[in-house]
Ligand binder design. Structure first.
Ligand code: HEC
Length: 124
């Protein structure tokens, strides 16, 4: 069921996204995430062992792409539109979206993924 849901949301996200020009950076209040909680969750989930994440102490990993200028990106993982929902889908289900890629599913709830997304959108 979870895989089906993910595939469906991926298709929706792709249909909605395309190659749209730079989207305005979403504000965290628009989708119910809290960037301060997100920062705590990023540290707890160990995202920084694989990513450079501006503003997060010791987040200097080089396994995945650096998350610099994240609010200005148009795509997530070169595949999903960089919208709050696209980002939340990626954060929750990276293995369903790109099977075998280097980012593990870390078991985030929807609320946790929203908080983390809110933090990532504070990165200019
Ligand atoms: C074991 C290493 C690893 C961990 C832990 C990890 N990631 Fe990733 N992440 C990756 C890799 C590798 C990619 C590239 C995947 C791809 O493009 O197919 C990626 C991609 C991403 C992207 C898309 C980046 C872009 O340039 O579009 C985001 C956002 C992201 N990760 C956030 C996180 C967050 C937040 C966490 C913690 C919850 C996390 N990652 C944990 C390895 C990791």
């Amino acid at each position: 069921v979870r895989r089906l849901f993910s595939a469906a949301s991926l298709l929706l996200a792709l249909a909605a996204g395309g190659c749209a020009p730079k989207a305005a950076a979403p504000q965290w209040a628009d989708f119910g995430g809290d960037p301060r909680r997100g920062e705590v969750l990023i540290v707890r989930a160990g995202c920084g062992s694989c990513h450079v994440i501006p503003g997060v102490q010791s987040a200097d990993g080089l396994v995945g792409p650096p998350l610099t200028h994240f609010s200005q990106r148009t795509m997530v993982a070169g595949l999903l539109p960089n919208t709050p929902q696209g980002l939340v889908n990626w954060l929750r289900h990276p293995q369903a979206i790109v099977p075998g890629n280097g980012m593990p599913d870390v078991g985030l709830s929807d609320a946790e993924a929203r908080d983390i997304a809110a933090y990532l959108y504070t990165i200019r």
